[in-house]
Design a protein around this ligand. Structure first.
Ligand SMILES: [Zn+2]
Length: 413
């Protein structure tokens, strides 16, 4: 490497998942310009000291518009339908400013935990109107320095049974909506719900991301209809289904067939461990089912999968810090992942969700935006096992945050 090569910044001694030994990463104009051992150049330097650098976590499924509602809940909501009803009642009072403030709180936590890309679902219906959409659009603009936010608009309370919703979805898609979601289990006509959302997706040339199902009854599923529509419209690689908790309840032969169906249609699956573990199996008196679809096994069989946050501090999930590393650790633990599978679990919050969202410029590679986070560990496996601190983060080559390592003060001898 010539000493004349100009970089704005060089990361020294960064360990990446694709390099056996530490490398230097040169940044120029906000992009990764070179990756090599010992880059020779006069530039500002940050010594990573052999720690693990990742291109940031990718959250494919979060709900910024209904986060941080615990203070408004009078009681526990033990089922999916109770949680939906509780939020439906609360959201009539949501204002743009209120949604913005709660969303900002979650975005800032996500950024501080290393998330650099995120797809948020936004509820659209005649009660909330476009207030959630307007608030999240403002968040996307105001936090672009830290995170790429993608807006997925969806009818949480149904489509064919909720007059006026489709017109609002169209308005949102005409004004910055980047993907369309659905919730067929909430509609009186699930197949028509799926069909109309695919129609909208094609009309606006956007990807589709369904909340597919949310129960443990494997005797029926809307999955086949989603796969059928995906194939009919040649939408392979542009469709995801979230939760898909029914897959966790299928016996092996049925799961094998369902997996093959998803792989053939090119339909991806997003598993949402915090919500699935909280809401599924609550009626069991003992030996509670986990309700968690084992994503890394689906990946082994050709299905693109991600693990994501879903809800933060609301009736669906009264937990949350928007940390995808914590989510991957929770997933690995609950899904009985072995140590040799920990790297595959890290893939579920990094490379695979980037593919699910069809992000073409993600990854530590020359030419990509210099999005980089540094973890206080030396390998992907240890990241899942230990949940190390995320020490610093950069977006487009600019530092976004830093976290000091804690200091112990033992008594003086
Ligand atoms: Zn969701």
């Amino acid at each position: 490497m010539s000493a004349r090569t100009a970089f704005d910044l060089i990361f020294r001694n960064a360990r990446t998942r694709s390099s056996a030994s530490p490398v230097d990463i040169g940044i120029s104009g906000g992009r990764i310009a070179a990756i090599a051992p010992r880059l020779a150049c006069e530039a500002a330097e940050i010594d990573i000291a052999g720690k693990l650098a990742l291109p940031g976590f990718v959250d494919t499924h979060i709900h910024l518009d209904k986060a941080c509602l615990l203070g408004r809940c009078g009681r526990d909501h033990a089922t999916v339908s109770e949680a939906i009803a509780a939020v439906a009642a609360m959201k009539r009072e949501f204002t743009v400013e209120d949604i913005y403030a709660r969303g900002a709180r979650v975005i800032e936590r996500a950024v501080l935990h290393g998330t650099t890309r995120m797809r948020t679902h936004i509820e659209i219906d005649p009660r909330i109107g476009l207030r959630g959409f307007e608030a999240v659009k403002a968040l996307k603009r105001d936090y672009a320095w830290a995170i790429d936010l993608s807006l997925c608009v969806f009818p949480q309370e149904g489509l064919t049974n909720d007059p006026g919703t489709e017109e609002l979805l169209v308005e949102a898609l005409q004004n910055g909506g980047e993907a369309v979601g659905g919730c067929p289990y909430m509609d009186t006509n699930p197949n028509a719900h799926i069909e109309r959302l695919f129609d909208l997706a094609q009309r606006f040339d956007v990807d589709v991301d369904f909340h597919l199902d949310f129960d443990l009854d494997p005797s029926w599923t809307h999955m086949d209809e989603v796969c059928r529509q995906t194939e009919r419209r040649n939408y392979h690689g542009r469709v995801a289904i979230g939760h898909a908790s029914k897959l966790s309840a299928m016996p092996p032969e049925q799961l094998k067939a369902a997996t093959a169906r998803l792989a053939k249609a090119g339909v991806a699956v997003t598993v949402l461990p915090a919500t699935d573990l909280y809401l599924m199996g609550r009626d069991a008196t003992h030996n509670s089912p986990r309700g968690l679809t084992v994503a890394h096994r689906l990946v082994e069989n050709g299905v693109l999968c991600s693990v994501a946050t879903n809800n933060v501090l609301n009736p669906f999930t009264p937990f949350g810090d928007a940390s995808l590393l914590r989510m991957a650790n929770l997933y690995a633990n609950a899904a009985h992942a072995g140590i040799s599978e920990f790297d595959a679990c890290l893939d579920l919050v990094t490379d695979l969700p980037a593919r699910l969202m069809n992000l073409r410029d993600y990854g530590i590679a020359v030419g990509n935006p210099a999005d980089l986070i540094v973890l206080d560990t030396d390998s992907g496996r240890n990241a899942i096992a230990e949940m190390p601190d995320v020490l610093m983060g950069f977006k487009n080559g600019r530092q976004v945050f830093e976290r000091q390592r804690p200091t112990l003060f033992p008594p003086q001898a």
